[in-house]
Design a protein around this ligand. Structure first.
Ligand SMILES: Cc1cc2nc3c(=O)[nH]c(=O)nc-3n(C[C@H](O)[C@H](O)[C@H](O)COP(=O)(O)OP(=O)(O)OC[C@H]3O[C@@H](n4cnc5c(N)ncnc54)[C@H](O)[C@@H]3O)c2cc1C
Length: 594
């Protein structure tokens, strides 16, 4: 503990391997991934809860790569399945608790909430420490670390450390991006204060605050709220793209609140809506604006429109996106045109590791909407599932760097294959490649009645254009690896089918692919674990003397990726899937021993 100069408040000193600033989905996944890979991590987050724009404070639902079977897996899918299991009603308080629990129960991870990073010490092009002010304790926290990850959205560490960053839209000539404006400007996508509503059986009235704007149908071109649509989430209440996304944020927030209450006044009180929407009530209005764009850090590679549209076939691919290039008009709600233009983007496209660490600050990494991309590429990479998988890549790389005594760039130069191997093992999909299969699995005899049993060791853990890559067996039917001679076995890895398309979830009145619904129509269905997930299973090993050992037995599994440490010598390892969450048969993508 020390005292800051000219301050009566104490400063606590923390020494860790990785300090993550910002606890949105990117920062959370980075911190958890690094801790799981053996690094001591501190996550500094300026709000009382985690999740950033996905948290109950902002309430934006999580989007990612579009299309069948493109859903992001790894830590994000673990979070989503936990949420489906624990949050049938899908309310935001339970969702907050799922994110909080992931961080605060994680070994090696120190969580500092309500702590805003506001200072940074650098030496010879490296960050030595960062300092945050914790409002609840009136304490400064100084964190010394080998590596820092800026997942703050606004890239707070860039101005503090002197890291290169970009702001605004590039001119078309700089990278040859055809959708970019002719000349560069300082415009961005705007920010939003969202609102949520619920349908009831009794009619209700709404008296708008005196300071709210008043709108008629003519004032809302392309933005007429539709309370019947499960996709109505008021994202187009967007302002600030022509102001400074950081310096002017509070002024813009004031305007957003006038706009949001004005839009709800239109929903309830406009003559054409009064009857139609009489059963809808305002449930919540966000007081914290969610931001889409501000500073973007500059890495060894700056990803562009062309990189996105050509599929991102990078040798150092460590994450992927798949949202369209959803380029909002900076004038936002005040633009008479459509609020956004959806330029096409393939799903998936690869994101290279070189976009995730700083070009000039040796030990700075980043994940989230502030990665090294142009404005055009950001228009696609900014969605939160993409941010989350980039976060997992950053955390995994940081832990690897610490273990090997390397810089983030050093990981690129000497350990990129190892990083990709670790990510793939952790169920992160790296398109265009297959996971390495352990020699013991490859060489064993696979005993399984399914005609496509070899899919269990194909190294691809989801359906792709090449095929289903899955195996379906009856409940209770064993799948086994038999070794030609007794073998020491240390680990078993299984990937169950978590229904990436969420086709087995309810579809009536709700968008079943989202983590939390936005509005609540009357009699919304409850959610549950996807029916395809194997709920009960047993793992057995047969020893050289013929004894059967139960290595694991589960009756309430709801996760997709399951790994088990084993310690023994066996002639056979077998998996017996016993029950699902509703599907008539058991489906899985991988079963491996090593
Ligand atoms: C209205 C709106 C609609 C959107 N629509 C969608 C959508 O439908 N689906 C989707 O997936 N994405 C959507 N996006 C985009 C997406 O929400 C963002 O791009 C994404 O949240 C960025 O993730 P992040 O982790 O980088 O930042 P954030 O989610 O903003 O998280 C960063 C966290 O860092 C914290 N932080 C900031 N500064 C500091 C500091 N100095 N010290 C400590 N902590 C700090 C912040 O409080 C925040 O919690 C939308 C965005 C907005 C605003």
């Amino acid at each position: 503990m020390t005292q800051r100069k000219n301050s009566p408040f104490q400063t606590l000193i923390h020494r860790v391997d990785l300090c993550v600033v910002g606890g949105g989905l990117a920062g959370l996944c980075a911190a958890v991934a690094a801790a799981r890979h053996g690094a001591d991590v501190l996550l500094m987050q300026d709000r009382p809860m985690l999740g950033g724009n996905a948290s109950s404070e902002v309430r934006m639902w999580v989007c990612g790569a579009r299309g069948d079977n493109k859903r992001e897996t790894g830590i994000l899918e673990e979070i989503m399945l936990e949420n489906l299991y624990r949050n049938p009603d899908r309310n935001y308080s339970v969702w907050d608790s799922v994110l909080y629990e992931l961080a605060f129960t994680q070994e090696r991870l120190t969580l500092l909430l309500n702590c805003s990073c506001m200072d940074c010490k650098t030496e010879n092009g490296r960050i030595v420490s960062v300092t945050g002010w914790q409002t609840t304790t009136q304490t400064f926290h100084t964190v010394e670390a080998a590596i820092f990850a800026d997942c703050s959205g606004d890239s707070v560490l860039a101005p503090l450390s002197g890291a290169l960053f970009r702001y605004g839209r590039e001119g078309t000539e700089e990278f040859g991006e055809e959708i970019a404006p002719k000349t560069a400007d300082r415009k961005t996508m705007g920010m939003s204060c969202l609102l949520q509503a619920r349908e009831e059986t009794r009619p209700s009235r709404f008296i708008p605050p005196k300071w709210a704007y008043h709108y008629t149908k003519e004032d809302l071109p392309h933005r007429i709220p539709d309370m019947k649509s499960p996709y109505e989430n008021f994202w187009y209440i967007e302002l600030g793209g022509e102001s400074d996304a950081i310096a002017d944020a509070e002024t813009v927030r004031g305007e957003l609140l006038k706009t949001a209450y004005g839009v709800w006044d239109y929903v309830k009180n406009a003559p054409e809506n009064r009857r139609k929407n009489r059963f809808w009530r305002l449930d919540w209005v966000g007081m914290l604006p969610g931001k889409r764009e501000s500073r973007r850090c500059v890495g060894d590679h700056v990803m562009t429109q062309q990189d996105v549209q050509s599929g991102g076939h990078f040798d150092d691919l460590v994450a992927y996106g798949g949202w369209s290039i959803d380029d909002h008009d900076p004038a936002g709600f005040r633009s008479p045109g459509t609020p956004t233009v959806y330029h096409p983007a393939p799903s998936p496209y690869g994101i290279p590791y070189r976009c995730l660490y700083s070009k000039n600050i040796e030990n700075l990494m980043f994940a989230g909407r502030n990665i090294s991309v142009t404005h055009s590429a950001l228009s696609s990479t900014r969605v939160m599932a993409t941010c989350a998988v980039c976060g997992q890549a950053v955390g995994t790389a940081a832990a690897l760097a610490v273990k090997e005594g390397l810089s983030p760039r050093g990981v690129y130069e000497t350990r990129i294959r190892e990083l990709q191997r670790l990510l793939a093992d952790d169920d992160c999909w790296l398109p265009y490649s297959a996971r390495e299969i352990p020699a013991l699995t490859k060489e064993a005899a696979l005993i399984c009645s399914a005609p496509d049993a070899e899919n269990l060791r194909s190294g691809v853990d989801r359906p792709t254009e090449a095929g289903e890559n899955a195996v379906t067996v009856k409940k209770g039917e064993p799948i086994a690896y038999r070794f030609s001679q007794p073998q020491p076995v240390t680990r078993i890895r299984i990937v169950f089918d978590s229904d990436l398309n969420r086709a087995t979830l309810p579809r009536r009145k709700v968008c079943r692919e989202k983590n939390v619904p936005h509005n609540r129509p009357l009699h919304s269905p409850d959610f549950y674990v996807p029916k395809t997930v194997v709920r009960a299973f047993r793992l057995e090993g047969i020893t050289p003397d013929g004894a059967v050992c139960v290595l694991a037995e589960e009756t309430n599994n709801y996760q997709r990726l399951r790994r088990f440490a084993v310690n023994g010598v066996f002639t056979v390892i077998r998996l017996i899937p016993l029950e699902t969450w509703g599907a008539p048969r058991c489906r899985l993508f991988a079963f491996e021993v090593q």
